[in-house]
Design a binder for this molecule. Structure first.
Ligand SMILES: NC(=O)c1ccc[n+]([C@@H]2O[C@H](COP(=O)([O-])OP(=O)(O)OC[C@H]3O[C@@H](n4cnc5c(N)ncnc54)[C@H](OP(=O)(O)O)[C@@H]3O)[C@@H](O)[C@H]2O)c1
Length: 239
């Protein structure tokens, strides 16, 4: 049986652009009320208007995922505005690429701070609401880069490997409370990160698009609650 997502409430970090925005809009088309987060308020306002046009309740919160107190306040505000929360799409992240010897320690640490600590702070802020509800879903967005290190991506790959591990630990602890934790390791998808980072030209004829990612996420969330996709990868067929 496929579960409907209609009427559920989701928080999508990094929901103002890129993959997060695509997931927010896709969820809304499924009837999900959506709270989006990010640092750029203009992008959040534009996406909020698009969510309202679809006809769902929507709200946004501006915070940097590396600031734990701001994360907690922002999540609390969004839950108040939405009424509750069922789904967290833990998506916000940065891609800063370069050789180990060339990247400054500050750049390197910043990638770890956003991609690892950000995922940790947001999940920790949302978890109590899911626990109280006795049900919920957390989707942590890692990357194929987290499955194997490579040149020019040491900080990014290390951060995503850590997200894979953290997410597995969350699953081990929280599935007993009927919280599904899904670890995603997508390959390159056309977005600011991948195009500006020189990873792809983003050609829609052959390269994964944010909508593909969004469909994938929603299909997994729609599975009967007895089923948990623990981890999954997504690739372009022939980029
Ligand atoms: N695109 C790919 O090829 C690909 C492949 C595998 C995995 N991923 C992962 O997918 C996720 C989304 O990537 P994307 O391609 O959509 O990247 P993107 O287009 O660069 O968007 C990044 C998003 O993260 C938010 N963000 C970044 N730093 C933040 C911070 N410190 N605090 C709060 N929000 C922050 C941004 O919001 P603001 O600008 O408003 O801060 C933006 O919404 C990332 O975790 C990325 O690592 C991407």
């Amino acid at each position: 049986m496929i579960t409907t997502l209609k009427g559920k409430k989701a928080i999508v970090t990094g929901g103002g652009r890129g993959l997060g925005k695509a997931v927010a809009l896709y969820l809304a088309r499924e009837g999900v009320h959506v709270g989006i987060t990010g640092r750029n308020e203009e992008n959040l306002k534009v996406t909020l208007a698009e969510l309202h046009d679809i006809g769902v309740n929507a709200a946004y919160a501006v915070f940097d995922v590396t600031e734990e107190a701001a994360v907690q306040q922002g999540v609390k505000r969004l839950v108040e505005k939405l009424g509750s929360v069922d789904i967290l799409i833990n998506n916000a992240g940065v891609g800063d690429f370069g050789k180990i010897a060339d990247m400054s320690s500050k750049q390197w640490e910043d990638v770890i701070r956003v991609n690892l600590f950000g995922v940790y702070y947001v999940a920790k802020a949302v978890y109590p609401f899911l626990k109280d509800k006795g049900e919920g879903d957390i989707v942590n967005v890692a990357s194929t880069a987290g499955l194997k290190g490579g040149g020019n991506m040491s900080a990014y790959a290390a951060s995503k490997a850590a997200v894979v591990s953290l997410s597995q630990s969350m699953m081990a602890e929280w599935r007993k409370e009927n919280i599904r934790v899904i670890t995603l390791t997508p390959s390159t998808i056309a977005s600011d990160m991948s195009i500006q980072g020189g990873l792809t030209d983003g050609n829609p004829e052959s390269v994964l698009q944010p909508e593909d990612f969004a469909q994938w996420v929603c299909d997994m969330l729609k599975m009967n609650r007895r089923a948990l996709v623990a981890s999954a990868s997504l690739f372009s067929t022939n980029p």
